[in-house]
Design a protein around this ligand. Structure first.
Ligand code: GDP
Ligand code: MG
Length: 182
């Protein structure tokens, strides 16, 4: 396990947030990185990323998490956005069916632009709106299984599963990368 003995080796993983406009990508990131929620957030302007650290197996693992430039129409997200990404969270809004129906298109985009080993998580955000839900947990689970993604419902508003979602992706990436390093 020479890799684990190498104290100097820290990691920086690029993770991208994708999914339709207004599903809550920017709020998931601000909740994770700063524990903030913004109820009247405008469409994100400019590509932004946040760097967030966590410890896995005694190593500092840093994630550079990218948020779209409010360019969430298909093909408007450029290849530079995806370049070098080792993880992705594809976000939809459980109260807007159309955002779920577009998940497969986002997945196709991701596959075009990134390595096949990219770790993908499907995120059904706005779980606090379960009373007006348009997407069931069962069908999201089925879609995730079909495409070897993990799946979680989150609420950026109520701070449910947000840290968990990001950390699950990071742990999975770390597992793959450390296997490669051995
Ligand atoms: P983005 O376009 O995907 O980055 O979405 P935003 O983060 O800008 O959020 C779009 C809208 O959805 C904003 O009005 C947010 O306040 C709202 N929103 C984001 N996350 C949640 C959530 O978990 N629950 C609810 N009820 N609203 C949310
Ligand atoms: Mg945004």
């Amino acid at each position: 396990m020479s890799y684990q003995d190498d104290q100097s080796e820290d990691y920086l993983f690029k993770v991208v947030l994708i999914g339709d406009s207004a599903v809550g990508k920017s709020n998931l990131l601000s909740r994770y990185a700063r524990n903030e929620f913004n109820s009247n957030s405008k469409a994100t302007i400019g590509v932004e990323f946040q760097t967030q650290s966590m410890e896995i197996d005694g190593k500092e693992v840093k994630a550079q998490i990218w948020d779209t430039a409010g360019q969430e129409r298909f093909r408007a997200v450029t290849s530079a956005y995806y370049r070098g990404a080792v993880g992705a969270l594809i976000v939809y809004d459980i109260s807007r069916r159309g955002t779920f129906e577009n998940v497969s298109r986002w997945l196709d985009e991701l596959k075009v632009h990134s390595d096949s080993s990219v770790v993908v998580m499907l995120v059904g955000n706005k779980s606090d709106l379960a009373h007006i839900r348009e997407v069931s947990v069962e069908e999201a689970t089925a879609l995730a299984e079909k495409n070897t993604m993990s799946f979680m419902e989150t609420s950026a508003l109520e701070s449910v599963n947000v840290v968990d979602a990001f950390q699950t992706v990071l742990k999975e990436i770390h597992k793959i990368v450390s296997k490669k390093a051995l």
